[in-house]
Design a protein around this ligand. Structure first.
Ligand SMILES: Nc1nc2c(ncn2[C@@H]2O[C@H](COP(=O)(O)OP(=O)(O)O)[C@@H](O)[C@H]2O)c(=O)[nH]1
Ligand SMILES: [Mg+2]
Length: 391
């Protein structure tokens, strides 16, 4: 404990002084009125003296905490805090400005990019021609084919919609009709009264067997002819049964060949009792050389065959072009495009008509046997290319 003295004019004053400095825990030991004596009595008036004892440690802590609060108070109330707040506000303002600047740059960049893209897309001055161009592209027509069709009609003053559409339509029909092939000959037998052998080739699952069923139904039911079937599709489970089911309904005979050596014998079995022999084959990848050789060997065994390459119109143009090029190496053929009902890009058919010499014989338009097959019509495809439904 320590002792401290306070002097003042009144009792209240000294008590207050002691309380303020030493806190409430200090103990007042005495309060006395002091009257100076001697020389001090001239210069000093009587005064009150308070003697107090206090705990040194407590007083220090109180002072420290007092100081702490004083510090806080000064900090809180001082300009310091306001300055800092202002500083922060300024920083946020600056950041916001910067962000909006960047947004502006970004917007400009996006605009110029999309302008660039749009100007790349815009090929024709005449808006209608440009519209037709974009429609043909969306239907899978190759740009070079589009260019040829739309060449010369891109005159800005030529705004007659009917006229432009008519010109484009006629151009498309002309290309397609040049590639249309005549229907399967109804008078089929050759001089020696033997059946015509019609072979169906193509990649897997394109609809060869279904197409054979559709075509043979038409020939048998509508033309009163007789059709016998041969299949070399011994690879796919149930492929033979699939053909046998159709043959049974149509009252036709089915023969199965397991290798090229069987072919002649099976044809001999059917050629004198039928008008046609429809030859179904296994779906083969055009990329597999061994498979292609097998087909080649098979074809060699057939006299004067009429060959159809069955292609799904759902394939893209590049694939179709590759398939045609591969099969062209060992046979002539007409094309049957299947699954028109499943594609939005009949442009592939126009591309093929434009770029190859092969003829297109039929299109198939659904799974129903025998109804969903039609003779190839350039007009119908042209209408689809110009935005209507296939009908
Ligand atoms: N949507 C649609 N499906 C077809 C068409 N032609 C065939 N298919 C279907 O394609 C699938 C394969 O046919 P399939 O004749 O067995 O093909 P293959 O392996 O070439 O003999 C079957 O489900 C058929 O019903 C068509 O024109 N349109
Ligand atoms: Mg099949």
């Amino acid at each position: 404990m320590k002792i401290k003295k306070y002097q003042g004019e009144t009792e209240e004053q000294v008590i207050e002084m002691a309380k303020e400095e030493l806190g409430n825990d200090a103990i007042v030991l005495s309060i006395k009125k002091i009257t100076p004596t001697g020389i001090f009595s001239i210069i000093k008036k009587p005064y009150i003296e308070l003697t107090a004892s206090y705990d040194e440690n407590k007083v220090k802590i109180e002072e420290k905490s007092k100081n702490f609060f004083v510090d806080m108070k000064t900090k809180m109330s001082s300009n310091n805090l306001e300055d800092k707040l202002k500083e922060k506000e300024n920083t946020i303002e600056k950041l916001e400005k910067r962000i909006s600047e960047l947004e502006g740059y970004l917007e400009k960049a996006m605009k110029s990019l999309s302008l660039e893209k749009d100007s790349n897309k815009i090929k024709y001055k005449n808006q209608l021609v440009q519209f037709i161009y974009e429609m043909l592209i969306s239907k899978g027509v190759h740009t070079s084919v589009c260019d040829d069709i739309l060449e010369g009609i891109d005159k800005e003053e030529n705004q007659n919609i009917d006229l432009i559409v008519k010109v484009v339509y006629n151009k498309i029909v002309k290309i397609l009709e040049n590639s249309a092939c005549k229907e399967l000959a109804v008078e089929s037998k050759n001089n020696s009264n033997e059946a015509k052998c019609v072979v169906f080739l193509g990649t897997t699952g394109v609809g060869k067997t279904t197409t054979i069923a559709k075509l043979s139904s038409d020939i048998i039911i509508n033309n009163g002819k007789k059709v016998g079937f041969i299949t070399s599709d011994t690879y796919r489970i149930a492929a033979v049964d699939q053909l046998k089911t159709y043959a049974e309904i149509l009252g036709s005979q089915v023969e199965v060949v397991y290798s090229a050596e069987d072919v002649k014998e099976k044809i001999d079995k059917l050629k004198l009792i039928n008008d046609y022999i429809f030859f179904d084959t296994a779906g083969r990848s055009h990329k597999n050389q061994k498979n292609m050789n097998e087909i080649k060997e098979l074809l060699k065994e057939i006299d004067n065959p009429e060959v159809y390459l069955v292609i799904s119109s759902t394939n893209n143009f590049e694939d179709v072009e590759n398939i045609i090029n591969t099969y062209s190496k060992f046979s002539e053929f007409n094309i049957i495009f299947t699954k028109i009902d499943e594609t939005d890009t009949v442009g592939t058919i126009l591309n093929i008509a434009y770029k190859t010499n092969n003829k297109i014989a039929y299109v198939t338009v659904g799974q129903n046997v025998p109804s969903d097959i039609e003779r190839f019509s350039g007009e119908k495809i042209a209408k689809v290319l110009l935005g209507s439904m296939y009908k």
